[in-house]
Write a protein that binds this ligand. Structure first.
Ligand code: NAP
Length: 485
């Protein structure tokens, strides 16, 4: 009998009709059943969150932080089982899932500490005997909509600053991987969080998203997901003049210059393009290689890519798990055809895998494909312009650094960008010239930490950044006081 995971509204576990959460590595395995929430559940959650707000906002920052510390401790105790659940519902390898749970714990502790450091401050007045200062106050009820690819870290990096600032929350996780976020809810429940402060409703994005945006008590929406849905959320939420934060898609470049450390430039791109099955918003999907080393670099890249082991990520020795679902696998395979039709050369991979995996697993039961590298890609091809969100890498040739920068910036997105070089002037030219919010140098384009602002530019993002001290910007507002004494 499979476990049913209820919704969480006003501190109560709420049951109802369910939907299935299946393992993308083996669809015979039912990971669990989740209760399919309704618009009425969102309204109930909004009423509960509104009622809980004054008391929660009235606690001191450190008192709110204490709940985050407690939840982090509980997640730490449950680390291995939460990570295994994540691999079973999302498909990423177990080491990747363990790393993500560790990140969730760190995020909760980081923001718990912010409770004692809420930004604000006293400044000198021009007038005698006037004391003036600004401090932060919460917004009220906030709605959080999260995607499936980081099913624990993204819910955590929205929830933690939202709660810490004194807001009450309604979270709507992605339908294909809701269990990892449910484990966070469970931890906060076990930590004794007051009723109504954190509400959690699973179910159809279309139905619940509209209900969340239209629920009167909800003052702000933070969304991470595709550009298509993000732009819809923006249009709808703007009608109510809500505060909006959107983190969306990317088509992230890595520039490889001839003076780069060759081996790490290969390893960093393989890591950034293919780990987590290419399903990271910060993944490299275009590598732009300086002409002088193009042939040698592409040969090494293809050789390294061919060595990647694709299989069930719960088992040892696997580098890459399955795509999240049938739709994403079909998208990936469609882009293999599109790239070939556009005239790019498929240098390796791109096959739908249905045979036997590295640990004897039956790959036909999951959504597996061999990571693909396309050479001879030109900058206006669809495989160089559109987000695929799978293990499909486009390699482009650049005559020199200036050409590489031009190609790197010639996309509508601006999430992450990377350069591999040993020339410090090129590093600075890149840092100041790249049109992206997250930059890496001699590292993979993916793999950020929680202590600094996170987010993109251009079509990838809208509103204040997430994570680090910047996260407080979205979840709170200033009050400014002038006092004559
Ligand atoms: P998605 O399809 O846009 O879904 C994201 C969330 O929105 C899910 O919870 C989804 O619910 C919900 N949703 C669907 N329709 C909605 C509607 N009409 N109103 C409100 N919410 C709605 O994205 P995804 O497939 O989960 O995630 C992959 C995308 O996320 C990629 O484009 C990736 O680049 C992006 N991403 C960006 C970042 C970043 O920080 N920039 C991080 C991670 C991922 P259902 O699951 O029920 O449909």
């Amino acid at each position: 009998m499979s476990q049913t995971f209820p919704n969480y509204i006003n501190g109560e576990w709420v049951t109802g009709p369910t939907f299935e959460n299946r393992n993308p590595a083996n669809t015979d395995e039912l990971v669990g059943l989740h209760v399919k929430g309704t618009a009425a559940d969102i309204d109930a959650a909004a009423a509960a969150a509104e009622a809980a707000f004054p008391a929660w906002a009235g606690l001191t920052g450190p008192a709110r932080g204490a709940f985050l510390y407690k939840a982090a401790d509980l997640i730490e105790k449950r680390w291995d089982s939460i990570a295994a659940d994540m691999t079973r519902e999302e498909g990423k390898t177990l080491p990747e899932a363990k790393g993500e749970v560790g990140r969730t714990i760190n995020i909760l502790r980081y923001f718990a500490g912010e409770g004692s450091r809420m930004p604000g401050g006293v400044v000198p007045s021009e007038r005698p005997r006037v004391h003036m200062w600004a401090f932060r106050k919460p917004l009220g009820v906030v709605g959080l909509i999260t995607p499936w690819n980081f099913p624990s870290a993204i819910p955590a990096w929205k929830l933690a600053p939202a709660l810490l600032c004194g807001n009450t929350v309604i979270m709507k996780p992605a339908s294909v991987s809701p269990l990892s976020a449910w484990r966070i809810v469970e931890a906060f429940h076990d930590a004794g969080l007051p009723k109504g402060v954190f509400n959690f409703v699973c179910g159809s994005g279309g139905t619940l998203g509209a209900a969340l945006i239209n629920a009167k008590p909800v003052k702000a929406i933070s969304f991470t997901g595709s550009c298509e849905i993000g732009h819809w959320v923006h249009a709808e939420a703007s009608k109510r003049r809500m505060r909006i934060q959107l983190e969306m898609g990317g088509k992230n470049p890595t520039i490889v210059l001839a003076d780069a450390d060759f081996n790490s430039a290969v390893a960093n791109v393989v890591n950034a393009a293919f780990f987590s099955t290419g399903q990271k918003c910060t993944a490299t999907s275009r590598v732009i290689v300086e002409d002088a080393i193009y042939d040698k670099y592409v040969a090494a890249l293809v050789e390294a890519t061919k060595k990647l082991k694709v299989g069930d990520g719960i088992k040892p020795g696997v580098d890459i798990g399955p795509a999240i679902d049938e739709g994403q696998l079909k998208t990936n395979l469609d882009y293999i055809k599109i790239g070939q039709e556009e005239g790019a050369q498929l240098l390796c991979g791109g096959e739908h895998l249905t045979g036997t995996g590295p640990n004897g697993e039956d790959l036909s039961k999951g959504y597996y494909m061999q990571p693909a590298v396309f050479g001879g890609v030109t900058e206006n091809m669809r495989i160089a312009q559109e987000e695929i969100f799978g293990p499909v890498l486009a390699v482009l040739r650049a005559s020199d650094f200036a050409d590489a920068m031009r190609i790197a910036n010639n996309i509508p997105f601006g999430l992450s960008a990377s350069i591999q070089t040993s020339n410090v002037s090129r590093v600075f030219d890149f840092v100041y010239g790249a049109e992206a919010g997250l930059l890496t140098v001699n590292l993979p384009s993916a793999g950020v930490e929680y202590q600094l602002p996170f987010g993109g530019t251009k079509d990838s993002s809208f509103g204040p950044k997430e994570q680090g001290p910047a996260a407080m910007e979205f979840y709170s507002d200033y009050k400014t006081v002038y006092l004559k004494y």
